[in-house]
Write a protein that binds this ligand. Structure first.
Ligand SMILES: *Cc1c(COP(=O)(O)O)cnc(C)c1O
Length: 499
């Protein structure tokens, strides 16, 4: 007998059905709410840089999704199965098996995290003077390409640079741009095309499977390799399932395999998709290249069967890979990001659309038109959000973009954003509600947020360790901006509820 589930068919009423996190909580880590006056002191001491806050002073931490995932009970059980033999650990073979099964690459070289794999790959494939095209750069990926002597070229579609474009696959490669580069430099100076899925710096935006296949065909014709940055490829596979015609009934696991079939190799940060706190890998199809990479991994990371990881870390990653492609998991993962994003859109807060896979990006330039780009609106907004609510976010704008090496001037990127990055399986929808309400509160009082100026500016990757102070604003200009609002507290005070 089939037992029919009660459906709305009976009444012909379409009722809204909520979804919930597909896990229950077995261990908790208490977090502490601080007072606004404490937070004001903490952010001052941190030089208005959220990277310099102590994590114990943070209530909800949305700085990054890297290495911040909650592991499952199965992964923790796997940690106890760590085989810490120097060579040939059985956890290495479990990881190799997982990468072959889910990503389809035969040759595996474990590394301590993603940039370890990028280092090995760039060293074996790039000769000085080479050119590497990619769908928007990523910080560590480009740094390793440049250290190996290559020049990076952005070949992503133009829509990726436009925060107002609602293109569903802003991660796509522009084949025209790619083919122009091949004509200009010759295929022999282009060792590989670096394809990221999803594209982190474009806001977690996906690439189409059809586009990936076109890139692969084009590259095969010209004898150029395709290397996938697989860091968030599972999240990308979910977008393909949801948005690409004909893919609705294909599983995320199958799509991931199809994506990897387009590539000759992949670099991976397990700290993202694979639900672990540390770990990464390089995977290749070509045995000869893999042998070269194994020759290098022993110099930089560790023996080729552990690559800088403990056996238990490899076991946790092998289990995390299998969990990452479970349909319930991935739907709730991206569903949670979109839940937050939709709430903010509903509250009228300007965010980058379409919503991406791992974070919601606030458009700080649109929110704070009274703060000039030279006074770092996104940095100011991230500080104000922390003071308001204890929520920690990250600046992705003028501070992150750094200075032009030629002119020494601040680069002014097209996007001036604050990133609310969601760790995997760590927070509930209730936390997302608190975040949305906190952002809305800052949005309502945005005119009180003041700009910043450097008191200390590091030369390289300045956003990590820079320090700032509040810019004093002439009262007259603030009064104009505030119109007839006589309810002004300390004028332009950063954050709110500070008196
Ligand atoms: C995080 C990241 C990397 C680097 O990985 P790490 O594990 O941080 O070294 C590479 N590519 C992308 C897209 C990333 O997000």
């Amino acid at each position: 007998m089939t037992i029919r589930a009660a459906t709305n068919e009976d009444t012909r009423v379409t009722r809204h059905r909520s979804w919930a996190e597909p896990w229950k909580i077995k261990v908790v880590e208490p977090i502490r709410m601080t007072t606004a006056s404490d937070r004001k002191r903490h952010i001052e001491e941190a030089g208005y840089n959220t990277f310099l806050l102590h994590s114990e002073h943070v209530y909800i931490d949305l700085l990054t999704d890297s290495g911040t995932s909650a592991m499952s009970d199965r992964q923790w059980a796997g940690m106890m199965l760590g085989d810490e033999a120097y060579a040939g650990s059985r956890n290495y073979y479990a990881l190799e098996d997982a990468v072959r099964t889910y990503y389809g690459f035969p040759e595996l070289i474990p590394t301590h995290q993603g940039r370890g794999a990028e280092h090995l790959l760039s060293t074996i494939l790039i000769k000085p003077g080479d050119h590497v095209p990619g769908n928007m750069y990523f910080t560590t990926t480009r740094a390793h390409q440049e250290l190996a002597g290559a020049t990076f070229h952005d070949v992503i579609i133009d829509e990726a640079h436009d925060p107002t474009s609602e293109h569903p696959f802003k991660g796509d490669v522009d084949l025209g741009k790619l083919s122009t580069l091949v004509k200009r430099y010759g295929a022999s100076r282009i060792p590989y095309v670096s394809v990221a899925a999803t594209v982190n710096l474009a806001g977690g935006q996906p690439i189409r499977l059809a586009n990936l296949r076109q890139v692969a065909d084009f590259c095969r014709m010209h004898g150029i390799k395709v290397i996938l940055d697989a860091t968030r490829a599972v999240e990308n596979a979910w977008f393909i399932q949801q948005r690409e015609p004909g893919m609705r009934h294909v599983t995320v696991a199958e799509i991931l395999k199809m994506m990897c079939e387009c590539a000759d190799g992949a670099t991976m940060s397990g700290k993202k998709d694979s639900l672990v706190n540390i770990g990464g890998w390089l995977a290749l199809r070509d045995r000869g290249l893999a042998e070269q990479a194994r020759g290098l991994v022993v110099v930089y990371e560790g023996l080729h069967t552990y690559g800088g990881l403990a056996g238990r870390d490899m076991e946790a990653m092998a289990i995390g890979i299998a969990e990452s492609v479970e349909e319930d998991y991935i739907r709730s993962r991206i569903g949670q990001v979109h839940y937050l994003g939709q709430q903010l859109i509903g509250l009228g807060v300007p965010v980058v659309k379409p919503l991406g896979g791992h974070a919601v990006f606030l458009d700080a330039a649109a929110m704070l038109p009274h703060i000039p780009r030279s006074e770092f609106p996104a940095q100011a907004l991230a500080s104000a959000l922390y003071v308001e609510s204890g929520v920690r976010a990250m600046e992705r704008g003028t501070v992150s973009a750094g200075r032009d090496p030629e002119t020494g001037e601040n680069r002014t990127p097209s996007l001036e954003l604050v990133r609310l990055t969601i760790p995997r399986r760590v927070y509930t929808q209730a936390h997302m509600d608190v975040v949305a309400e906190s952002v809305a509160e800052v949005f309502d009082r945005r005119r009180y947020v003041r700009g910043l100026r450097f008191t200390y500016e590091p030369k390289l990757l300045r956003f990590f360790q820079a320090r700032f102070e509040l810019v004093a604003r002439p009262a007259a200009s603030v009064v104009t901006e505030m119109g007839s609002d006589s309810n002004s507290r300390e004028i332009g005070e950063i954050g709110v509820r500070l008196q």
